[in-house]
Design a protein around this ligand. Sequence first.
Ligand code: GDP
Length: 597
Amino acid sequence: MSENGKDKLIKLPANITVRDLAKTISVSPIEIIKTLMANGVMANINQNIDFDTAAIVAAELGYEVALETPEAVEVTDEGEIPLWKKLIEQEDKAALVKRPPVITILGHVDHGKTTLLDAIRHTSVAAREAGGITQHIGAYQVRHNDQVLTFLDTPGHAAFTAMRARGAQGADIVVLVVAADDGVMPQTREALAHARAAKVPIIVALNKIDRPNANPERVKQQLADEGLVPDEWEGDTIVVPVSAKEKIGLEDLLEAILLVADEMEIHANPAGRVIGSVIEARRERSRGVVATLLVQNGTLKVGDTVLAGTAYGRIKAMFDFTGKRVQKAIPSMPVSVMGLNDVPEAGELFQVVSSEKQARAIAAERKQKQRQEAQTAARNVTLEKLFEQFQAGEVRELRLIIKADVQGSLEPIISSLNDLNVENIGVNILHTGTGNIGENDVMLAAASKAVVIGFNVQPDAAAQRLAEAEGVSIRLYNIIYRLIEDVEKALKGMLEPEEKITVIGKAEVRATFKIPRLGKVAGCYVTEGELRRNAKVRVVRDGEVIFDGEMASLKHHTEDVREIRQGFECGVGVKGFDQFKVGDVIECYTTELVPVA
Ligand code: GDP
């Protein structure tokens, strides 16, 4: 240990190898290993030790240690505007140049999204230049009238929303495909809700006009009913009739996209900080991790160190969508890159950082944070949390996604909710629909910081899982006024804690007895969990709760017991109830007050 190292402040990353730590504090690695051993940690020279361990060792060797705080931007999903857009706003205005618009295609299944994407790709000059062979990398570019357009070619709002949920929001413009022979369908509405929630302009491609039963006028009326009034009807939605199959109207569609793009500020600083979105990524046997990145600002180059979520690495090679090797990628250009150490998630933001060491440190820190978050399972969007955000002025509206059993119940709910307006905080209904709550509803909620409300419907298993993972709150009702009341309370920040019931055991009534002083008791067999003397009980007959109260007595044979487990027989007395019948189920439960989520 060097003398002058005494009490010197050093900064260490979240993880460091024994070798690097030794170098940083100028001692021999052996000394570090010995100190580690003295603290009960066996490590070799190449092993990674975490910051806490490294700090103990360094302190013992006379150093004061602080965690190195990485200067890279943290990816947060707070707020309306995607982080990359915020960063572009911070760029020097003079350095901003126009970049190609990024377009995503949404619409109902079978309305022709894939066919349209293929048709655009194959009629494009860019594709023809490359011999018409394009690689599927999740995005491609076409040229129209000397302008370039970037298409994300994973159609469907699941992909779109996944990106948004992770804060990326890759698309500048949404093309909503509606089949002229089928019209507006449930997923058309869903897609519309997604696009609106993302505040991305929408162009309608009225597809399949070659079909004999196509009825464009009827579909335009349906679109108008959804608030997409066609421009020919004095509205502001461009509706382009196309046939993806017959390749009709494609030029008009590209024209319309460029027109809309022209009115927007679609720009970036090619010399600025490099940031973008992961479009897709996978591990290949021969090439390792291959990720398609869409550059949104700056210029990505071979040799750059990229950090995407918890994956990182130096870019070894880069290819454009035609499979051609390239050295750099400018804004709005999708490239597939090799060199990441792990597969990042689609929709994740990526950025270029100054060194691999820094990338490793941030990745380690993020992993640590993820682990912590997984442990606490922090809820993301609860009505209560939203109220805090109202107060902090972060959110000016309560966003809801409403699913109901039938259209007839949706209407009164929507109109009552729209009438609610408490202290200028309004309700914004992002999406409504009939049927059970599905994964897409939860995705949309997660991406938009919304709460899902179900009326006479249930979430399906996948939606439930996703809601838990994403911390999305789903609230179920079967009485309209309760629903309205709760939303109003949420707006006022007055939601009271909810009683959460946990059934801890069930017993089946097999006989009834009269016992002096105790009255009628049930002779039971514990079928699940356990019964506890001091817990609450309810009596269930034919699936219905017929009595809810407290236990009066719990006996095993003649002995009073505090609890009794599954597989045992017992005698149960319930305060204020003695109408037991053989076949009743006695459920024992505990309650706790939890803030309504
Ligand atoms: P997606 O589910 O929205 O991606 O729809 P697809 O692109 O897979 O198309 C569904 C079906 O509609 C396929 O059989 C297509 O061939 C057909 N299709 C797509 N576009 C057109 C069109 O413009 N005209 C006709 N007649 N059929 C089309």
